[in-house]
Structures are given as C-alpha cells and as structure tokens.
Design a protein around this ligand. Sequence first.
Ligand code: HEM
Length: 444
Amino acid sequence: QYQKVSRLPPGPVSLPLIGNLPQIIYYLYTTGGVVSTLDLFRKKYGNVFTLWVGPIPHVSIADYETSHEVFVKNANKYAEKFHAPVFREMRKDIGILTTNGDHWQEMRRFALFTFRNMGVGKDLMETRIMEELNARCADIDKAAVNGVTTTQAAEFFDLTVGSIINSILVGKRFEEHNKKDFLKIKEVMDASFETFSPFDMTMPVWILKNFFPRRFKKMLYGQESSKQFAAKEALRRIDDIKAGRYVIDENNFQDYTDAFLYKIQKDGEDKDYNVESLKTMILDLWITGQETTTTTLISGFNQLLLHPEFMEKARAELMEITGNGSRHLSLSDRPNTPYLNAVIGEIQRHASILNVNFWRWNNEPTYMGGHMVDSGALVTAQLSALHVNETVFEHPEKFDPERFIRDEKLLQKVIPFGLGKRACLGESLARSELYLVGSQTLKI
Ligand code: HEM
C-alpha cells in the first residue's frame, strides 16, 4: 500500500482493501455533506488529492488550470469513464451514459449532429423554447381568477423543461390533458433511482445476483419500466410507420426519434442503430436533460428570492435591452446582458448540482498538477470542490453574482458542464433553457 501511495497525489493515510472509507464516512458525518468533505480534503492536501474508495484510488482535481491541462489538452486519454458493474450489466453497454468505446462515440456523435440540425443553441431551438414558455404561461393565465393566479415554481420548471426535452426527443409536449404521462415517467424514474445505493454501485454483479436476487430484480425492473415509459411515443411511431400511418420526412426531421428511425430505414439495423439503442438513448437523454436543468432553475429561483437586490438589477438590464419588455429576450442578446450572465453563472456555481463528478480511467502513469498519478487510478475534475475553492472564488459560500462583474475572466472558471471528451452533451441546450426560461421568470 505504501508503494502504491507513493505513486499518487497526497491524501489521508489509507489501509489495504478498505482504503479511506473510515475517514470518508467520518467526515461525511461530521461536516454534513459530500462537498464539505471534499473541500476539507482539498484544504488539507492541495488541489489534487487522492482518496482510496476501497481498493481503488480516486484522484480529484479541484482547480481549473490542472483540470484544463488534463481533460482538455490531453482529452483523448480521458474519454473512458468508470461505470458501476451493475449499470453495465443492466444496460448491456448500450446508450451514451454508461458506455465507452465505439458505441459511445457513435451515439454521442449522432446525438450532437441531430441536435445541431434541429437548431439546438440557435434560432430554431429558441423558437421551440419560447413556444413552450408561452404555452405554459397561457395555461397559468387561464387558471387565473380575477387576474390573480397561483402556481408552484417547482412544477412550472419541471413541466417546462420536461416538455422541451420530450418534444426534442419524441415530438410531444406536455399539456394539461397529458400531464399525467409526464408525472408517470418521473415517478417511475425516481422510483428506479431510489432502488440504487452506494452498496449496489460497488458490488460485483455476481454477488448481487446470487445473494440479493430480489433487490437485483427490482433494480432491473425499475430500469426496464423507465425505458419503456420514456420511449413509449417512439414505439408508437414505429407501429405507425409499419402501418403506413406515419412517413418520416427526410428533409425535415421532427425530432431525435425521426432522425434515428430514418437512419435505420436507410442503412438497416446494426449493432449501434436498433430499437433497443433508440429506447436506451431516449432514457439516457431524459435522465441527463431533465433533473439537471430543473434543479438549476429551482435553485436559481430560490437564490433570487433570497437576494432581491440582484434580481432587481438583472431585471433592470432585461427591461433596458428588451425595450421595457416589448420583445422577448433572444439568445443573440447574450453578449449584451453581462449582469444576467453573471447571475446565471453564480447560480450554477452555487448550486453545484453534481456533488461527485463521473470518474475516468487513467491508463498510463501521468503527471497532474506536479504529482505523479499511476495507471489504474480513477481521475476526475471535481466540479463541486472546484466551485467552492476559496483560492479561485473569494468567500465561495456567499451568493454574489457581482464577483463576475468585478473580474470578467472569472466566469470562465465556472465549469458546471465539465470538460473534455465526456463533457455535457446538452450544454448548449441547457444554456439556452437557463437563459430564456430564467429571463422569462425574471420578467414575471
Ligand atoms: C443545467 C443543466 C445541466 C448540467 C449542469 C449538466 C452537467 C453535466 C455534467 C457535469 C456532465 C458530466 C461531465 C463530465 O463527465 O465531466 C454531464 C454529462 C452529460 N450530460 Fe449534462 N448537464 C445539464 C443538462 C443536460 C441536458 C439538457 C442534456 C441533454 C439533453 C444533457 C446530456 C448529458 C449527457 C448525455 C451526458 C453524458 C455525456 C457523455 O458521457 O459523453 N445534460 N452533464
């Protein structure tokens, strides 16, 4: 253990087999959370530190420069993610979230290409998002009695974001009459996530299968039913195409499902493009695109309620740029709304929605931030620890958007979507949603 440790960045004293589990559990309990525990280790051991989770060393990088050096400059070396054995078993190495290698690359390339063609991050997507918002606000207005209306912020954001992602994937938005479909997908997915514990994520599959068969079956059932619900519309479309009720317009794909099915129609089914991978991709994009964006919006909404002084300044900027609200804000306004950009940046920094980022394999001995990192270690840019690093962000606990007005370059160091080959695929969509939905909420 001593020899292995000498080829890794510093960290607390570790024991063979159990590694640092006792310290990690102790600090999780005494500091009250994952981010505060990571922050404590960073303060003690520096911006690049090692924690042994059982027998595997995990190296966290908590500063922007080293993260950039490792994951952007050497991007090709860090495309391979670590996936819990139970996920690989259940998802059969299909999709984008829990895969590596050729299939992952093909699915990522195709999704990015399709999103781009559908105008994600550009005018076309702006129109879709604004239409969704207008329809959602009209629903609220309709429910008003004597001009007074009450709405649940969480449900508003949930339905808006859910509708946007669902219409991109399968062409259906959620309205009053099919709201229950949305709630059902969410319920099934939440229930599926609740069946997983850190124990399941670390155990070899044969142990789960043989010693915890009921638990294993429950997890499997949760996964399958989530996939089935999320992909229900896509399956219906396949039936409609077979029955001649639906024809894909190759010059105007309505959604991701159209593009995927057209690829199958044109080239036939193969190991990457088949109905099972379409279903898994819809599930993966649903999981990654829904909760992340909604959580950020809700957190931002709460921060603005707690800090009306920032809200007022952002609103004043918004009113000025849109001629007192006579037109809606457009994505092309972004360079001219520094205050709003700073507020969104601070919301994302402060929300730290991914407490622990995904781990990548380090396949050869490499120096990171001046420390040797041996092959076989797992590494990640630990976004949550980076965003509370007081050497980068002064008084990180404070919600202070004006830190980005005082130092314009600081905003680049907020990296909520990660870096490198496995960085967020939906960054462009998410940024558009935060800007447009967020600003609309400010107007209200
Ligand atoms: C505020 C909203 C969002 C945040 C903060 C966020 C953040 C992230 C982060 C930190 C990662 C992992 C990066 C890494 O491994 O270093 C990730 C991965 C991913 N995100 Fe997002 N995300 C958001 C919205 C979305 C949306 C809207 C979509 C798509 C519809 C999406 C799709 C994905 C996918 C598919 C991956 C896995 C990419 C791969 O492994 O190749 N995300 N996201």
